[in-house]
Write a protein that binds this ligand. Structure first.
Ligand code: CA
Length: 140
């Protein structure tokens, strides 16, 4: 009677608390920002660029198609520059898939200001996202 058997720990799986918050920015399972970090692209920048990408990628398909790009520019007040949209697409869509994947988007967003004026213009557009210089993009 001296030996007490402690009751076995009852394993209860706590119910996963369901998030009540609507997923404003659903994170794709496949996306790992670390995968895109390079010597010249810090993690923070990858995350920021992903935020911008998600804004453009309205349906969350993982690619920005011409209509989404166009709509995003209209939303941003660049509606009269449709030509610019297709200029960006032509520049970005290296594999001619008809849409911009994140890797292509990242390449553009982090491109050094090169001899191509269009790149400089595009960088300026991205800068407009961060008008308050807070380092992040406000999602309405
Ligand atoms: Ca899409």
């Amino acid at each position: 009677m001296s030996k007490k058997n402690p009751p076995p720990p009852i394993k209860t799986t706590p119910p996963t608390p369901a998030s009540k918050q609507p997923p404003k920015q659903p994170e794709k399972k496949g996306f790992t920002p670390e995968d895109y970090v390079t010597l010249t692209i810090p993690l923070e920048e990858v995350k920021d660029i992903k935020l911008a990408f998600d804004i453009f990628d309205g349906d969350g398909s993982g690619t920005i198609d011409p209509q989404e790009l166009k709509q995003s520019f209209i939303d941003l007040g660049f509606g009269g520059q449709n030509k610019f949209v297709y200029q960006i697409l032509a520049e970005l869509d290296e594999d001619q898939s008809g849409g911009i994947g994140f890797d292509e988007f990242l390449k553009l967003a982090t491109a050094k200001l090169s001899e191509k004026d269009s790149r400089a213009d595009i960088i300026k557009v991205f800068a407009t996202f961060d008008t308050h210089k807070v380092g992040k993009i406000t999602v309405l």
